[in-house]
Write a protein that binds this ligand. Structure first.
Ligand code: KIV
Length: 289
């Protein structure tokens, strides 16, 4: 049983308590997030570009997502873990979407799933199957090409109105929260005011109920492009490179391993070993002559 759940998130919204959600893709990172008190961990399909080296999120598969989700659960047994449904896992039919969402709970041990886009019927069916579901509107990277690239969405009145209608429809379908990605702050504020479930903003300004970031962006491990909405709090990439360079220098200079990093043998045993070796070598010489 996780420490916090969807009722807590709704209550936090009512109380005006802001909170964070962060991505994790492996057990040690999930352990760090749980230890730091992060209440919501997203195993994002961003694992595709951030960790697996794919060019976009479209390439990651259900099996890969489940592999990472299960690892995150092992690292963070008490956290609320959300598995991100990958491209192709929910578009074909609602039946297949429910089956795949159920795999996240059964095989990945997730608490909930996230689905991109205004997939109202699909989300209704998944929620009806008893699976908590997070929506995701605005910039939805899985169909970035259709949206004209990784750019701000709902920037004009008509598309902002559509975004609000979609958000309200997702809430009615049973979504317990909605990610708003890359939308103007004013639009995110209007949506946030009109929903009773929390909005989780990423590039959606200051008035969402919660904020989500890709952890690697926050700690300064870049996968190339860094969006405007990211704030890096440290530079882990630089620190890793520094540690690796120092290790290389120490190996090359003979400083590593040092006295503290080796296992020794008792001198008595070493003496016996040397004698045994001498005996064998002289036997070998005798046999050869
Ligand atoms: O995959 C992901 O990491 C996401 C977040 C950025 C919301 O969908």
């Amino acid at each position: 049983m996780t420490a916090t759940g969807i009722r807590d998130f709704a209550r936090w919204k009512r109380e005006g308590r802001r909170f964070v959600c962060l991505t994790a893709y492996d057990a040690p990172t999930a352990r760090i997030l749980e230890g730091a008190g992060v209440p919501m961990i997203l195993v994002g399909d961003s694992v595709a570009n951030v960790v697996l080296g794919y060019p976009s999120t479209v390439s990651v598969t259900m099996d890969e997502m489940l592999h990472h989700t299960a690892a995150v659960r092992r690292g963070a047994p008490k956290s609320f873990v959300i598995g991100d449904m990958p491209f192709g896992s929910y578009q074909i039919s609602s039946e297949e979407a429910v089956r795949n969402a159920a795999r996240f709970l059964r095989e990945g041990q997730a608490d909930a799933v996230k689905i991109e886009g205004a997939r109202i019927t699909t989300i209704e069916r998944i929620v009806a199957a008893g699976i908590p579901t997070m929506g995701h509107l605005g910039l939805t990277p899985q169909n970035a090409t259709q949206l004209g690239g990784l750019r701000v969405q709902a920037a004009d009145a008509t598309s902002a109105r559509r975004l609000l209608d979609d958000a309200l429809a997702l809430e009615r379908a049973g979504a317990f929260s909605i990610v708003l990605e890359c939308v103007p702050e004013e639009v995110a504020a209007i949506v946030t005011e009109r929903l009773s479930v929390p909005t989780i903003g990423i590039g959606a300004g200051r008035r969402c109920d919660a904020q989500v970031l890709v952890l690697h962006d926050l700690i300064g491990i870049s996968s190339g492009f860094s969006p405007k909405f990211v704030r890096a709090y440290t530079d882990v990439e630089d620190r890793i490179a520094g540690a690796v360079r120092a290790f290389q220098e120490d190996v090359e200079s003979g400083d590593f391993p040092g006295e503290k990093e080796i296992f020794g043998m008792p001198s008595e045993e070493l003496g016996t070993l040397r004698r045994l070796l001498e005996e064998r070598e002289s036997e070998d010489k005798g046999g050869a002559s």
